[in-house]
Design a protein around this ligand. Structure first.
Ligand code: BZD
Length: 835
C-alpha cells in the first residue's frame, strides 16, 4: 500500500498514519478540538451529549485510518471475499465497542474523567442502531464482529432504514409504538454520494433473436430509483482489521424534485416522486417470523439486492478475471430468504447483460450462494404472488420460470412420473393466485443450505425441505449452530465478570478463543473466587433493580431470585405460559398461611419484548403481564415474595444490562419451533441458569454444560405432531392447575376478563396449538425445582461457574470459522502488524 503512495504526498501520509491520541492527554486534546471545531460548541456548555459526540468523533478518526488500510489490504490481496446479505443488522451502540476494539478504553475513561464525565454516562448517550427485529438481525451483527475479529475479508450489505424498529411505550398496560428516528446525529456512517446505483422497477420485456439464433431479452421502461451507499466501519477485536457494512438509501433518480412540475404550479406532485422513492428505505418492517406479502417489502428486497450485486459485480470486473472465476472470488450468504432475488439478479446480469450461456451462468450462480434458514414456522416462509412479481419485476419472473423449468426437468429425470413430487418441490405454487416460493428458489440457487442449531437443521431435512434432500442428496444440507460475540456479550455487558475471568485465565485472550473459559473450572471450589462471582451477580442485580425503580416505580429486592424472559413476544415463545405460571404462583401464595408463606422463595418475574404492531394476541399477552403486575405488586400480603415487572422497549443496550442480572432465564418455546435462540447463550455466558424446553440450541447447551446445570421440561419435538392431532381429533382437557388460573382471570382478578379471553380460548377452545396446557404441569414442577436449587446458594454458584466454563463452543468466532470452511471456502487474510 505504502509503495503506491506518490512521492510528493508520502511524507504527509506517513505522519498522518501515526497521528491521533497516544495517551490520555492526546485523547483530551482531540475531544476538545472536536467540541470546539467540529461541533462548534464552547467547552463551558459541553454536556454529556456533546461529550459523547466528541468522544465518538475522536475514536472515529482512529477507526477510519484502520478501515482505509484494511480495505486497501483486501483490494491488493485480491483474494476471495464473503458478502453477508441481510435485511437486518441489529447493531446496538457503537462507541463502547469501538473503544474496546481500538484498545484505548482506559485512555478514554481517564480522559473523560479529567473533563468531568463518567465514561458510563457518556456511553449511555448513544441511540441504539436498531435496524432489526430480533435474533436474526442480532446474529448478523455478531457475525460482522467475528468476521472482522478473525481477519476475514467480508462486507455486510443491508438497507439504511430511516426508522429502525419502533420504540415501545407501555401506557395503561398497553403497548404503544413510537417511531424510532435514529439518524439525528450518527457519527458512525459515511455517506458515499459518489457510490450510487440506478435501480429499475416495473416496465416490460422485449425479446429478439440475434444472428446466432440466440434469444436476447431486454427489460425496458418502468421507473428508476437511485441507491446511495452509506458505509459503516466494523472494527475487529485485537486486530487492525476494520471491515465495511454498506447500507443503501433510496433517492429519486433525478435527485431533485421535478422543476417542470414545480414551475407549472404543480407543487404537490413535484415532491411526490421524490417522496415515493425515499419511501423504499424509510422503514424496517416490524414483523419477526411472519410474512405479510406487502409490495413495498418486495420493492425493498429488490432495491437492496440489485444495488449490492451491482456493487459486487463492479468490484469483480475490475480484476479482469474470467467469469468462471467469480465463485473463487465471491461468496454470498443469504440471511434467510429475504435476499433470494439475488440469485435471479445474478443470473440476469450474467445472461442478459454479460451474454453468458444459461448453463455457464447458472453454475456460477449456484457455486456463489449459500442460504441460511432461520425458521420452520409456515407463516414465516416467504411467498410472493405471481401477479405482483409480473408487475414489479417482469424479467425476473421470466427467469424464475426458466430456472424452475430446468430444475423440474432434472427432478423428473430422477423421479420419472412422480407428479406429486414435482408439484411439491416446484418454485411456483399452483394456488390462486400462483405464488413464488422463495425458500425453494433459495435452495435451488445455492450450493449449501444450513439450519442454525442441530435440532433445527435435522428438522428442515425431515419436514419442510424433505423432498429436496431426495433431489439433491443430503450433503447439500448442513448445520452451523449459532454463536454470539463474547466481546459485547461478556466483556462489554459484564466488565467485572470479564475481569474476574481474565484474572484466572491469565489475560483477556479468552475473548479471542472462548474455549479458554474452561480454565476457570479449576477455581470452582476456590472460596474467594466463588465469593466474588456471587458478588458480581448481586451488583448486576442491584443495577437492574435501580433501573426497574426508575422506569416502573416498583421496588424489587435484589436478593430475590430474578427470573427473566426477554425476547420478541410470540405465541410460540410462550410468554403466555410464563405469565400463567406467575398467576399460579400468586394463587398458591394467597392460599398459603403466613407461616407457610415464609418458606417460599421470593421471586421477581421480569418480562420484556416488543409485539409486532398487528399481532393482536402478542399485544394481549403484554397487557396481561402488566395487569398481573398491577395487582401483585400492590398486594401487601405478598410483599417481596413476588413481583412482576414488564420492562419497556427491550433492545440491544437494555439487553446488555438485563442479561448479566439474571438468575434464571426462560427459553420455553414449544419444542421444534425455536430454530436456535441466541439469548439462551448470552444468559449462560453471564452466569445465569436457564429453564427451557428441548428446543433449538438449548439442546446443545445442555450437552456442553451438563444436564445437572439446566432445568429442562416439557414435551419433545418428535411428539408434538401427535399431540396436536389428539387436540383436534381426540379428547382435549385443560390441565387442572391451568384451569384454576383461567378461573381467576375470568373472575376479574386482573381486571376486565374479556381483555384476556383470546389467550384463554386459544388453549381451551382452539386446539392449543402451542401445547401450553400439555407442558404446564411439567413447567410448574420444574419451577419448583428452580426455587429449591436457588435456596442452596452454594450449589447454585457451582452450577453457574461450571456452566460459564463450558460455554466456549457458543462463540460466533467458532460459528464463522465453520461457515468459512464448510460453505464459503474462505481463508483469513493474515496481517503482519497484528496487535
Ligand atoms: O433467528 C430467529 C429465530 O427465531 C431464532 O431461533 C434464531 O436464533 C435467530 C438467529 O438464527 N429468527 C428471526 O429472528 N426472524 C426474524 O426476525 C424475521 C424477520 C423478518 C421476517 C422473518 C423473520
Amino acid at each position: 500500500v505504502e509503495a503506491s503512495i506518490p512521492e510528493p504526498q508520502r511524507k504527509a501520509w506517513l505522519e498522518h498514519q501515526t497521528s491521533g491520541f497516544k495517551d490520555k492527554d492526546g485523547f483530551e486534546k482531540e475531544v476538545v478540538r472536536h467540541v470546539e471545531t467540529t461541533l462548534a460548541r464552547s467547552l463551558y456548555n459541553c454536556d454529556e451529549q456533546a461529550a459523547y459526540a466528541a468522544c465518538s468523533l475522536a475514536f472515529r478518526d482512529r477507526l477510519i485510518l484502520e478501515w482505509n488500510r484494511t480495505q486497501q489490504r483486501q483490494t491488493f490481496a485480491d483474494s476471495k471475499r464473503v458478502y453477508y446479505l441481510s435485511l437486518e443488522f441489529l447493531m446496538g451502540r457503537a462507541l463502547d465497542n469501538a473503544m474496546l476494539n481500538i484498545g484505548q478504553k482506559d485512555v478514554a475513561k481517564a480522559g473523560l474523567a479529567d473533563l468531568g464525565f463518567r465514561i458510563e454516562d457518556v456511553i449511555e448517550q448513544e441511540h441504539d442502531a436498531a435496524l432489526g427485529n430480533g435474533g436474526l438481525g442480532r446474529l448478523a451483527a455478531c457475525f460482522l464482529d467475528s468476521l472482522a475479529s478473525l481477519n476475514y475479508s467480508a462486507w455486510g450489505y443491508g438497507l439504511r432504514y430511516r426508522y429502525g424498529i419502533f420504540k415501545q411505550e407501555i401506557i395503561d398496560g398497553y403497548q404503544v409504538e413510537v417511531p424510532d428516528y435514529w439518524l439525528d446525529f450518527n457519527p458512525w456512517e459515511f455517506p458515499r454520494h459518489d457510490v450510487t446505483v440506478d435501480i429499475q422497477f416495473y416496465g416490460h420485456v422485449t425479446k429478439r433473436t440475434d444472428d446466432n439464433g440466440k434469444t436476447i431479452a431486454t427489460w425496458e421502461g418502468g421507473e428508476i430509483v437511485k441507491a446511495v451507499a452509506f458505509d459503516v466501519p466494523i472494527p475487529g477485536y485485537a486486530t487492525p482489521s476494520t471491515n465495511n457494512l454498506r447500507l443503501w438509501s433510496s433517492k429519486a433518480a433525478s435527485g431533485e424534485f421535478d422543476f417542470q412540475k414545480f414551475n407549472s404550479g404543480d407543487y404537490e406532485n413535484s415532491v411526490a416522486d421524490q417522496q415515493r422513492a425515499e419511501t423504499i428505505s424509510a422503514v424496517l418492517y416490524p414483523n419477526d417470523n411472519l410474512d405479510r406479502g406487502k409490495e413495498l417489502r418486495l420493492k425493498q428486497q429488490y432495491f437492496w439486492v440489485a444495488a449490492s450485486l451491482y456493487d459486487i459485480v463492479r468490484r469483480f470486473k475490475k480484476s479482469k478475471r474470467a467469469w468462471k472465476e467469480f465463485p473463487d472470488q465471491v461468496a454470498i450468504q443469504l440471511n434467510d430468504t429475504h435476499p433470494t432475488l439475488a440469485v435471479v439478479e445474478l443470473q440476469r446480469i450474467l445472461v442478459d447483460l454479460e451474454g453468458l450461456d444459461w448453463e455457464e451462468a447458472w453454475n456460477i450462480v449456484t457455486q456463489t450462494f449459500g442460504y441460511t434458514n432461520h425458521t420452520v414456522l409456515p407463516e414465516a416462509l416467504e411467498k410472493w404472488s405471481v401477479p405482483l412479481f409480473q408487475h414489479l419485476l417482469p424479467r425476473h419472473l421470466q427467469l424464475i420460470y426458466d430456472i424452475n423449468l430446468f430444475f423440474l426437468q432434472s427432478v423428473e429425470r430422477k423421479f420419472p412420473k412422480d407428479r406429486d413430487m414435482l408439484a411439491r418441490v416446484s418454485i411456483i405454487e399452483e394456488s390462486q393466485p400462483k405464488m413464488v416460493r422463495m425458500a425453494h428458489l433459495a435452495i435451488v440457487g445455492s450450493h449449501k443450505v444450513n439450519g442454525v442449531a442441530e435440532l433445527h437443521s435435522d428438522l428442515i431435512k425431515t419436514t419442510i425441505f424433505k423432498d429436496f434432500v431426495e433431489v439433491f442428496g443430503p450433503d447439500k444440507f448442513t448445520n452451523v449452530t449459532n454463536g454470539i460475540t463474547p466481546r459485547r456479550w461478556l466483556h462489554q455487558a459484564n466488565p467485572r465478570l470479564s475481569e474476574l475471568i481474565a484474572s484466572k485465565t491469565g489475560s483477556l485472550d479468552y475473548l479471542k478463543d472462548l474455549t479458554e473459559l474452561a480454565k476457570i473450572e479449576h477455581y470452582k471450589d476456590d472460596k474467594d473466587f466463588r465469593k466474588e462471582w456471587a458478588e458480581i451477580k448481586y451488583a448486576n442485580k442491584v443495577r437492574l433493580s435501580k433501573h426497574i425503580k426508575k422506569t416502573t416505580g416498583v421496588d424489587v429486592n435484589p436478593s430475590a431470585l430474578f427470573d427473566v424472559q426477554v425476547k420478541r413476544i410470540h405465541e410460540y415463545k410462550r410468554q403466555q405460559m410464563n405469565i400463567f405460571g406467575v398467576i399460579h404462583r400468586y394463587l398458591t401464595l394467597k392460599a398459603a398461611s403466613p407461616e407457610e408463606r415464609k418458606k417460599f422463595q421470593p421471586r421477581v418475574s421480569i418480562f420484556g419484548g416488543k409485539a409486532a404492531p398487528g399481532y393482536w394476541m402478542a399485544k394481549q399477552i403484554i397487557h396481561l403481564i402488566n395487569a398481573v403486575g398491577a395487582v401483585v405488586n400492590n398486594d401487601k400480603e405478598i410483599g417481596d415474595l413476588l413481583k412482576v415487572i414488564f420492562l419497556e422497549d427491550y433492545n440491544v443496550s437494555k439487553a446488555e444490562m438485563i442479561i448479566p442480572a439474571s438468575d434464571i432465564s426462560e427459553h420455553i418455546s414449544t419444542a421444534g419451533t425455536e430454530a436456535s435462540g441466541t439469548s439462551n447463550m448470552k444468559f449462560v455466558l453471564n452466569g445465569g441458569l436457564i429453564i427451557g424446553t428441548c428446543d433449538g440450541a438449548n439442546i446443545e447447551i445442555t450437552r456442553e454444560i451438563g444436564e445437572q446445570n439446566i432445568f429442562l421440561f416439557g414435551n419433545l419435538a418428535e411428539d408434538v405432531e401427535d399431540i396436536r392431532h389428539n387436540h383436534t381429533y381426540g379428547s382435549h382437557t385443560v390441565d387442572p392447575d391451568l384451569t384454576k388460573v383461567f378461573e381467576a382471570i375470568e373472575k376479574g382478578t386482573f381486571g376486565e376478563p374479556k381483555d384476556f379471553m383470546g389467550m384463554i380460548s386459544a388453549v381451551r377452545d382452539h386446539g392449543d396449538f402451542y401445547l401450553v396446557s400439555d407442558d404446564f404441569h411439567s413447567y410448574i414442577e420444574t419451577q419448583e425445582l428452580v426455587d429449591k436449587a436457588y435456596r442452596d446458594q452454594e450449589g447454585w454458584v457451582t452450577k453457574s461457574i461450571e456452566s460459564v466454563a463450558r460455554m466456549g463452543f457458543f462463540s460466533s468466532d467458532r460459528c464463522i470459522n465453520e461457515y468459512a470452511e464448510g460453505i464459503w471456502n474462505l481463508e483469513p487474510l493474515p496481517i503482519k502488524d497484528q496487535k
